[in-house]
Structures are given as structure tokens and as C-alpha cells.
Design a protein around this ligand. Structure first.
Ligand SMILES: [Zn+2]
Length: 67
């Protein structure tokens, strides 16, 4: 499951959550839902449509290193 970084627009806290892209996330500090999703580089993937793409990518990568 992908990990997203969020920044709270209310208190400015930056935190990391493992969620689906459509999940509702609350700030752990002030409980606000006024958050900005930060794009972070995960293995060169800058945006993720769904989990199957990530699983497929990791599988190929693992297969190569085992050879
Ligand atoms: Zn906050």
C-alpha cells in the first residue's frame, strides 16, 4: 500500500499515512481534515492510480535482484 505525506493547512504539521487515495485523513495533532497531499517519490512513481500497479512494479524489481 502506498504511503502519502500530508501537510495540515491548519497547524502546519507534516505526517505520513498509509492510505488509499480516496480515504479521508485527519491531522493527528489538531484533527483537521484541511490537509494538503504532498507528492513524494516512491521508487520513481510520482502518482499512483491503484495498488496493482505498485505490486507489479515491485514484483519485477524483486525478480531481477534474485537472479
Ligand atoms: Zn493540524
Amino acid at each position: 500500500m502506498p504511503t502519502y505525506d500530508f501537510k495540515c493547512n491548519k497547524c502546519g504539521k507534516v505526517f505520513e499515512v498509509r492510505v488509499k487515495s480516496d480515504a479521508v485523513v485527519n491531522c493527528p495533532k489538531c484533527n483537521s481534515i484541511d490537509l494538503k497531499k504532498l507528492i513524494t517519490g516512491i521508487g520513481g512513481i510520482s502518482f499512483i492510480g491503484d495498488g496493482f500497479y505498485v505490486n507489479d512494479y515491485k514484483d519485477k524489481d524483486k525478480g531481477q535482484s534474485e537472479e
